[in-house]
Design a protein around this ligand. Structure first.
Ligand SMILES: Cc1cc2nc3c(=O)[nH]c(=O)nc-3n(C[C@H](O)[C@H](O)[C@H](O)COP(=O)(O)OP(=O)(O)OC[C@H]3O[C@@H](n4cnc5c(N)ncnc54)[C@H](O)[C@@H]3O)c2cc1C
Length: 311
């Protein structure tokens, strides 16, 4: 039996979900935030490009955000997975949590993020977040003046190599197999001084997470002290699909005004909606969704003042 009732259930306590909780908590909303503890930046040592927080440790960022939210009595944070979300019989939504409890809420915000697929190289986790990265906007500045590798197959590798030219002069594109690029693209790489290495990679070499070289299967060794890869990222949760949220041609959740999805009452924010994948953008999307949610709740209550909100 569902017992607790909230105005909003927020799934995911990354920058998007926590930012939404702040705006909603300050609007006197009763909010449940659930988090399963797998943030995208699990390997990162510092969040960059976040004005006033540039370089902050990601764990410290989340702790600070949670302690700010503790000021607002309506906000409850639970470290638990939301395993199921469905429409409630009367109105709103019913969430089933990992501890088997159930809660009801009038609106839902999905802020469940994505997780990166790492290049299939042995022990790459040991380098990820220290000298192997997926985003030059996040960590390019710290790696400046270093000899870098772009890693990616076909268009992905080409795009990453091109992006890195904003930060680096010494770039080698490693495609770890057939490049799959057109003559025009190969020529563009040459014109921009980007070397192409299509040999299969054996492994990365280095100590304490610091890359020193890329070792190819043919025994050759390419000295590099940073690597940026372009690989797919997967949504962390299938809750949006289960609720029936429409997706774009790129497979991302389709959002309208204030991050509303195609399912009335369901909003989405952060990396799952596939806009610019920076933490500050995720936080801004969370704030925008919170605005949309609070606006909708206020209008519903204003139009039917005797119906009542969360108990
Ligand atoms: C190595 C690395 C370095 C990065 N560095 C930077 C940087 O310097 N600057 C920057 O701006 N960005 C950086 N990023 C990107 C940044 O991590 C993301 O932009 C940001 O985390 C997105 O926030 P989010 O709230 O959408 O998702 P996340 O932070 O990923 O949070 C989503 C949360 O949802 C939870 N969740 C998922 N499913 C469920 C469920 N069913 N129930 C409950 N909880 C659930 C997860 O446990 C997770 O905690 C980096 C990323 C990586 C991988």
């Amino acid at each position: 039996m569902a017992t607790d009732r909230f105005d909003v259930t927020i799934v995911g306590a990354g920058p998007a979900g926590l930012s939404a909780a702040l705006v909603l908590g300050r609007a006197h909303r009763k909010v449940l935030v659930c988090d399963s503890g797998t943030p995208r930046n699990w390997a990162s040592k510092a969040i960059h490009s976040y004005l006033s927080r540039d370089g902050i440790d990601p764990t410290e960022f989340r702790e600070q955000a949670r302690s700010e939210l503790a000021r607002y009595s309506g906000v409850v944070i639970k470290d638990v997975e939301v395993t199921e979300l469905k429409r409630a019989v009367d109105h709103g939504f019913e969430a089933t949590l990992g501890d088997a409890s159930r809660v009801l809420s009038r609106k839902v915000l999905l802020a469940t993020g994505v997780l990166d697929h790492l290049p299939p190289l042995p022990d790459i986790e040991a380098f990820f977040g220290t000298s192997v990265f997926q985003c030059p906007y996040c960590d390019g500045w710290e790696m400046r003046d270093r000899p870098v590798a772009a890693y990616g197959k076909r268009q992905r590798g080409f795009e990453m190599a091109r992006a890195l030219t904003a930060w680096f002069d010494d770039i080698v594109l490693c495609t770890d197999g057939a490049p799959g690029l057109s003559e025009k693209e190969l020529e563009q790489l040459r014109q921009n001084g980007i070397e192409l290495r299509a040999e299969r990679i054996e492994r990365l070499e280095g100590d304490n997470g610091q890359l020193q070289a890329i070792l190819f299967r043919n025994g050759e060794r390419l000295p590099r002290t940073a690597l940026f890869f372009d690989m797919p990222a997967s949504e962390q949760s299938t809750l949006a699909q289960a609720l029936g949220c429409a997706v774009t041609s790129q497979g991302r959740i389709k959002c309208g005004q204030y991050e509303s999805t195609s399912v009335p009452g369901v909003f989405a924010a952060g990396n799952i909606i596939g806009d610019v994948q920076l933490a500050i953008v995720a936080a801004a999307e969370g704030a925008r969704a919170a605005f949309g949610i609070n606006r909708a709740l206020t209008r519903e209550d204003f139009d039917a003042p005797n119906r009542g909100g969360a108990e």
